[in-house]
Write a protein of this length. Structure first.
Lengths: 246, 389
């Protein structure tokens, strides 16, 4: 096939027009343009959650739900309230994922605390391991994602996740989960849950950024991941985590 | 309070992800593997007494194997994408291998063995019948009309080799299905290295029981006397296999009880409440102990033919129910408790939805319809002429 110089200019011209329209649209909508400077290889995302700072307001659940259009009754993130009585199994609740917070405590003499949960974006994710077509994968910047155009909806990954973080989206019939607001963090923003947290209980961290506070926290604070015996390489670290938390 | 939920479940855990269709999948593949292993008894291990069921077992295996992928297809959110498992399989996924294991077993083992077994009759029918039947049998010859004694000897040798390959393949088919469950470390009800072995032996138990019952029913329908030597032998092998299967399952139970790890209280509570009927009553008592006693009694004492038939049929029928209950308890039971070990949910089976009871019943009836067609096309009653040659 012969391609003339004229053809090249025609195609190039169209591309230029399209690119300029795109830029204009972004300015109109106020959306942040995708950062050209973002290089996946320079990041390794995770989160620090400080249990003692969480007040169980449910802001993070609502923000996530709105930001990511999470279907009703399913949760990319949720908050649990633990009430621990000596010698008894803990009483745990998470009404509607705590999207509307929690009712007042009926007993105030018990140890009580809130635990925000989300996908742990594991390095050795069991969900990634079992996906029969590789539709779920760890991105080069350490985020576990699902390719919605490739997922079969077999739900093996839902069974394999030890933390209950995945669900089948009722409309797309593909598996859905926390993306760590990938559309935001690749533009230099933080996640919706972190941004909406009034106490700073959640902190998006980048393990590859030498200036990130995560290094100071991991060096000086006592932290733990959920279900460490699962050896999933979870990247969501918890400060002040009680041994009763499952 | 969420209806049907006790205690605390993670909020995405309320509804079960794997339905009754996924119960059918290991049940059906188990019948396939078991029926094939029974057939191989005659071919490879020269157990002459079970010859009347050789062809029947092969056709049973084929009828069920053809249906095996259907419950999976119906279950998928995007069945149109399932072919991706062949094109871009994720090598670390146990499930990704299903298509390859299935195709290997269907084409290399079962179809080839059945074709070799029936080749002489197919050629004879192609030459003697008329009209559409002639076309069908001519197509089934695959262009090979040579049925000389020399050609039959080659068929016999190749058939033997295929059966020898088929035995580990049958083990692979069902052991692999067990691995799909046994390798899920997030689920303590499933996660045990014994799972593939338990699945394998329970598959053999169910397949042998199915062929035994099917043989007796077919003979009854054809008003042909049952070969009691054959039935006694099958029942004896069913007993031996069942003893191993039950031992393995009890080993698993004892091990779990003795270890009593973090999940034990939760699982123990589940077995004593939500799974009591299907696990203790159906699977262990009615589906295992009663058939074992019936089969064992026949090893110890001699009963009249009529009593033996009744005992075998009761044992076979209960075994099939018991193994179905076992699959149910694995698949459904494994999703009834929270991975937090603090709560339990309930399985609500629909009636007519894609993954409901009606499609499940239809899928269970379909192999019998296929079996009827196969029996019409390839009558199993004459008994292996090919390797008698």
């Amino acid at each position: 096939m012969d391609i003339s110089r004229r053809d090249i200019f025609k195609v190039g011209g169209k591309l230029l027009v399209l690119a300029s329209v795109g830029a204009t649209l972004e300015q109109i909508t106020g959306a942040e343009p995708a950062s050209d400077a973002y290089r996946m290889a320079d990041h390794w995302w995770g989160m620090i959650v400080d249990i003692d700072k969480c007040i169980g307001c449910g802001n993070c659940v609502r923000a996530c739900s709105q930001e990511n259009k999470v279907p009703q009754g399913y949760f990319r993130t949720w908050v649990e309230r633990y009430q621990v009585e000596e010698g008894k199994p803990p009483h745990v609740e998470s009404p509607q994922g705590a999207i509307d917070g929690f009712p007042p405590l009926t007993r105030t003499d018990l140890k009580s605390f809130f635990v925000p949960k989300l996908c742990n974006h594991c390095v050795d994710s069991p969900c990634v391991q079992v996906c029969p077509v590789g539709a779920t994968f760890v991105s080069p910047d350490g985020v576990v994602l699902v390719d919605q155009n490739y997922c079969l909806g077999c739900r093996y990954c839902v069974q394999a996740c030890p933390y209950g973080c995945r669900y089948l989206h009722p409309e797309t019939q593909t598996v859905d989960k926390c993306t760590l607001c990938y559309h935001r963090i690749t533009k230099g923003l933080t996640t919706a849950c972190c941004e909406s947290c009034p106490t700073g209980a959640r902190l998006l961290v980048d393990f590859k950024n030498p200036k990130d506070p995560v290094h100071e926290i991991l060096r000086t604070h006592k932290v733990q991941v959920l279900k460490p015996y699962m050896a999933t390489g979870a990247k969501v670290y918890y400060e002040n985590l009680d041994g009763e938390v499952r | 309070m969420v209806p049907g939920v006790d205690g605390f479940m993670y909020p995405n855990e309320f509804e079960l992800q794997w339905s009754v269709l996924i119960v059918l999948y290991p049940y059906i593949t188990g019948l396939v593997a078991g029926a094939f292993i029974l057939a191989s008894l005659e071919r490879v291990f020269n157990v002459d007494a079970v010859r009347p069921t050789y062809r029947l077992a092969l056709l049973t295996a084929l009828a069920f194997l053809l249906v095996a992928p259907l419950p999976l297809q119906l279950h998928l959110g995007h069945p149109e994408r399932s072919f991706e498992m062949y094109l871009t399989p994720h090598t670390s996924s146990a499930m990704a291998m299903f298509g390859f294991v299935y195709l290997w077993y269907l084409t290399v083992v079962l179809l080839l063995e059945i074709w070799l077994e029936y080749r002489v009759e197919i050629v004879e029918m192609a030459q003697s019948s008329k009209g559409i039947k002639r076309w069908i049998y001519t197509a089934l010859t695959l262009g090979s009309f040579n049925i000389s004694p020399a050609a039959r000897r080659v068929d016999e040798k190749v058939g033997y080799a295929v059966t020898v390959i088929g035995i580990p393949s049958a083990f692979l088919l069902h052991g692999y299905v067990g691995f799909i469950f046994g390798s899920v470390k997030a689920n303590p009800w499933w996660s045990t290295p014994l799972m593939p072995v338990v699945f394998l032996f329970s598959a053999m138990v169910s397949g042998i029981a199915a062929v035994m019952v099917l043989y007796a029913v077919c003979m009854k329908l054809r008003r042909t006397p049952i070969d009691m030597r054959c039935l006694d032998t099958i029942a004896r092998y069913l007993f031996y296999t069942f003893v191993i299967d039950f031992t393995l399952e009890m080993l698993d139970l004892i091990h779990r009880t003795y270890e009593s790890d973090e999940s034990f209280r939760s699982l123990d509570f589940m077995v004593h409440t939500r799974l009591w009927g299907s696990h203790v009553i159906l699977q262990i008592f009615l589906g295992t102990l009663v058939p074992l006693v019936l089969l064992a009694a026949n090893q110890l004492w001699r009963y009249t033919e009529g009593v033996r038939k009744a005992m075998y049929m009761t044992a076979g029928g209960l075994t099939l129910v018991g193994i179905f209950a076992m699959r149910w308890n694995v698949v459904i039971g494994g999703q009834l408790f929270s991975k937090s070990f603090l709560g339990y949910t309930t399985y609500k089976m629909d009636m007519v939805s894609r993954e409901g009871l009606i499609p499940a019943i239809l899928l269970m009836l379909l192999p019998f319809a296929i079996f009827l067609v196969l029996v019409k096309l390839l009558p199993p009653w004459q008994g292996g002429k090919a390797h008698e040659a």
